[in-house]
Design a protein around this ligand. Sequence first.
Ligand code: NCD
Length: 329
Amino acid sequence: MLTTTQAPPTSAHLPFGDQRNAPFYGKDILSVNQFSREDLNYIYEVAHEMREMVTRVGTFDLLKGKILANLFYEPSTRTSSSFTAAMERLGGSVIPINEVRYSSVSKGESLPDTVRSLECYADVIVLRHPEVGASALAAKYARKPIINAGDGVGEHPTQALLDLFTIIEELGSADGLTVTMLGDLKNGRTVHSLSRLLSLFGVKLNYVAPEVLQMPQEIISELADKGVHQHAYTELDPVIANTDVLYVTRVQKERFASEADYDAVKSLYVIDAQIMAKAKQNMIVMHPLPRVGEIAEEVDADPRAAYFRQMEYGLYTRMALLAMVLGKA
Ligand code: NCD
């Protein structure tokens, strides 16, 4: 009987293996401003490899013996569990510290001390923290790579990387698109990172929010200096028909000084079937999730609703990042 040998599951130009000279080996991931288009192409090539491997074999041993510390000072469902899933699908293991109130942090331990302790046990630290700049501070003290999984109202670079991957996979390219960001643009770190990342793609950005939740002036100026066309609105209606990507965000209750301030702006926009009827046929709706009423459930069945697919893209993106910073991609 003739037997055939199956081709190795990885492509010839990007073999998995030790590549310690590869970009990102041993590097921190703190802000999207550290990425060039060339870097993004590389990350997404690796993410494609990851998708192929997950589809074919589920779990494999690329990061066998490696340990990730998942250090979360703020609540998380997707980010924390997708980093765990990413590490475990790569054969590595995870130290989960989700409830810092049960850890030494509750005894008053400083962030620098906590990360310098965890890196004695782990090879990479994923950090979510309520303060802007916390990941940069941790990275100053740590010898091991720090991955910023959200620093207060600052940045959320791995979310932006998976958001951009979603756009490219769903629409073919991000170049020249009209991206409309809606909701809490002031406090939403995902839109702070995504708008910066999209500045590399000649996009047009629409910001739809009440005045008090508009995109921070500092980000608008930063992007204006890069030549990005940006327009602010308080209503979605003027821009929905020209939008290629509608990126919806939750009003960030935890960043408000009072319940009354939050109540005043919490339900201003709800995307429903009526609004979707005004949108292009080949656009997509995204949301980093969790949603708390900004997108009606009736929209879920619309093929343009990409927010659940977006999470799956996140798994492959985070697998790629972990493999890269650990020198295995
Ligand atoms: C986002 C976050 O934590 O910034 N969630 C996430 O990581 N998917 C968005 C949010 O909480 O609204």
